[in-house]
Design a protein around this ligand. Structure first.
Ligand code: CO
Length: 308
C-alpha cells in the first residue's frame, strides 16, 4: 500500500510537471485533485507525454546490458505509461543496437527529444557517484533547457551515492546484495571505479557507513587511493581469510571482468589471493539488484518532489 502511494505521488508530480502548462494555477489550487485522482488522470493521458531519458556510462560488454534492461523494466513497472529513452555518455562505447540504430549520447538524445516536441523531461542518471560523468550530464541537461522550440524543463535525478543520507541507505543494500553463503568471519569488498574528481570522497564515506554495519566490509577503487594493496593491508590487520569481491558499479562490464576478476597478476582477485586471502567473486552489476535500482528510482521521484 505504501509503495502504491509512493507510486501515486510520483505520478502526481510527473503529471504536475508535465501538465502544468495547461493547468490554471488558481483553479488548480481550489480544486486540487487527490494524488489518486491525479494518478488515474495520468494513466488516461496519452503515454507519449511522459518522458524519462535513462543515462548510463555505457559498456562494451553485451552481457552487462542485463543491468540496463532491469532498470528499464523496473521503471516501467513503477511508472506505467512513461516513455523511456536511452543515452550513453561514453562516446567510444556508442554502437549500433540490434535494430541497427546507433546509441545516442545525452546531447544527441536531448536534441532529438526537443525536436520531437518534448517540453518536460526527467533524466534518470545511472551513475554511482556525483563525479565527472554525472556533472557533465547535469551541465549538458542545463545547456538544453530553455532553447527556442526546445525543452522547457529538464530534471536530472541524483546518482546512487549522492549525499550522506543516500550513503547510509545504500550501505545495508550492498551487504544484502551478497550471496547468503558468505560466512560470519568472511569479509565483503566492494570495488568502485574511482575518480580524480572531488566526488572521490564518496568511497571513504561509504566505507564509514558500511563499517557501522559490518566491521568486515571494505571499499576499494580501481583508480585512485583505495587500491588493492591498502585494502589487503586493512584486511590482514583484521585477520581476514576469505573475501567476497563485488563490483561497486552499475554494470559488471570490462572493469569487473578484467580489473577485479581477471586472471592476470595485477587483478584484485590475483593480488588478494597472492596476499593469502581466498576470493569468492560476485560478478553482478548494481543494476541487477531490484532493491538498488529502487534506490535510483527513489532519487528520480525525490528530484520531482523538490521541483514542486
Ligand atoms: Co573506466
Amino acid at each position: 500500500m505504501k509503495k502504491f502511494f509512493v507510486a501515486c505521488r510520483f505520478f502526481f508530480c510527473l503529471s504536475l510537471v508535465l501538465f502544468s502548462a495547461t493547468a490554471r494555477p488558481a483553479a488548480a489550487a481550489e480544486a486540487a485533485p487527490s494524488a489518486f485522482e491525479a494518478a488515474a488522470n495520468a494513466e488516461a493521458a496519452p503515454a507519449a507525454e511522459k518522458h524519462v531519458l535513462i543515462v548510463a556510462f555505457g559498456t562494451s560488454f553485451q552481457k552487462a546490458g542485463i543491468s540496463y534492461a532491469n532498470v528499464e523494466k523496473q521503471l516501467l513497472a513503477s511508472c506505467p505509461g512513461v516513455k523511456t529513452h536511452w543515452a550513453f555518455s561514453a562516446h567510444s562505447l556508442l554502437k549500433s543496437g540490434p535494430d541497427g540504430e546507433r546509441m545516442l549520447s545525452p546531447q544527441e538524445a536531448l536534441a532529438r527529444l526537443a525536436t520531437e516536441g518534448v517540453k518536460e523531461l526527467a533524466v534518470l542518471s545511472l551513475h554511482v557517484i556525483p563525479g565527472a560523468e554525472y556533472s557533465g550530464l547535469e551541465q549538458t541537461a542545463r545547456a538544453f533547457e530553455g532553447l527556442p522550440k526546445g525543452l522547457e524543463k529538464v530534471t536530472v535525478s541524483p546518482p546512487l551515492l549522492a549525499d550522506a543520507e543516500s550513503l547510509a541507505e545504500v550501505a545495508p543494500l550492498l551487504l544484502k546484495s551478497l550471496p547468503e553463503a558468505r560466512g560470519a568471519q568472511e569479509a565483503a569488498l566492494f570495488v568502485g571505479h574511482g575518480t580524480h574528481h572531488a566526488a572521490a570522497l564518496c568511497y571513504p564515506a561509504l566505507q564509514y557507513y558500511l563499517g557501522l554495519l559490518d566491521d568486515r566490509a571494505f571499499v576499494g577503487t580501481v583508480e585512485g587511493d583505495m587500491g588493492p594493496e591498502r585494502v589487503l593491508a586493512a584486511m590482514k590487520a583484521k585477520g581476514v581469510k576469505k573475501v567476497w569481491l563485488a563490483p561497486l558499479m552499475t554494470v559488471a562490464g570490462d572493469h569487473a571482468a578484467n580489473d577485479l576478476f581477471g586472471s592476470d597478476a595485477g587483478s584484485w582477485k590475483s593480488l588478494l589471493t597472492a596476499g593469502g586471502i581466498a576470493v569468492e567473486t560476485v560478478p553482478k552489476g548494481l543494476g541487477e539488484y531490484p532493491f538498488i535500482v529502487e534506490q535510483w528510482l527513489k532519487g528520480l521521484k525525490k528530484a520531482f518532489l523538490k521541483e514542486k
